[in-house]
Design a protein around this ligand. Sequence first.
Ligand SMILES: Nc1ncnc2c1ncn2[C@@H]1O[C@H](COP(=O)(O)OP(=O)(O)O)[C@@H](O)[C@H]1O
Ligand SMILES: [Mg+2]
Length: 312
Amino acid sequence: MHVDVAAIRDRVRARVVGRERELDLVLAAVAAGRDILLEGPPGTSKTTILKAITAEWGIPLVFVEGNADLTPAKLVGHHNPARVLREDYSAENFTDGPLLEAMKTGGFLYIEELNRAPDDTLNTLLTAMAERRITVPRAGTAVAKATFRVIASMNPYDNVGTTRLSTSVHDRLCRLAITYQDAAAERGIVALRAPVTSLPSPGLPAPLRERLMADAVALTRATRAHEDIRQGSSVRGAIDLTLVAGQLLALHQQRDGSTPEAAAAYQEAIYDAMTIALSGRIFLDETVAATPEQVLRAIWEDYYILRPAEPG
Ligand SMILES: Nc1ncnc2c1ncn2[C@@H]1O[C@H](COP(=O)(O)OP(=O)(O)O)[C@@H](O)[C@H]1O
Ligand SMILES: [Mg+2]
């Protein structure tokens, strides 16, 4: 099957902020017929990239979450027990699981947190990847369409561990490590996901809105560098921080931050919004006795009081 990878790449780029290199690498690997492991923390564009590629390629994206409950029967599919009692086993009373669905439709099977799936499920998956076909007792054999791929993801901060997967799993997958984007790209994402129309109007003049987005990105990024935090917040936190702070500023009828009083009120609104947008998205080191809110307050003070002149 011929795929015009360059044409797909150009269309995919229009849907994703930055990530040119990652897009090229994922596209090259899937065009080469390979399966991939994407290794990166939550919120680093993994789903965005896969959605854009499959949409432009015109194939399905089938999601499945890797966890202890993902048995081989859940991944492949199962016979309807009630119908089996009435009719005995047959292909007709078999319900396809995500693996069979992706194979039959030629889609990408996207398994998030692959390292959390049980070993027998991983073995089933490896067999399907190697043979590009699967035989289910009393349901028949399905041959995968040419565009079927397995894309797995893994969070390097996951305490179930990146070493849990056996070397035989790693040996069958290409791997791409994905890290956080730079501040400019994250501001671009926030502008896209928290657009002017989503913020209250009137109430937020353009300069204040610009400052809000820049501060939200800088403060969110600071959670990733703080010594007390094991895993900081992704850009999802910056998006929510912008949206919540925008609503708070409108509630308080904040028009600008030009007077010292207005600047202080703006900064307090940002802290309040941080507690709701970021406190559940940061994971403290086990040895830290402070609360997430206290650590966020320290980040906030560092940003607004100790280093006020430093841009985000
Ligand atoms: N490069 C990007 N371009 C546009 N939006 C992005 C980008 N990266 C992340 N986002 C946005 O940030 C959020 C999280 O991204 P997502 O792709 O779901 O992350 P992941 O799948 O790695 O957890 C989504 O709202 C998504 O729209
Ligand atoms: Mg995702």
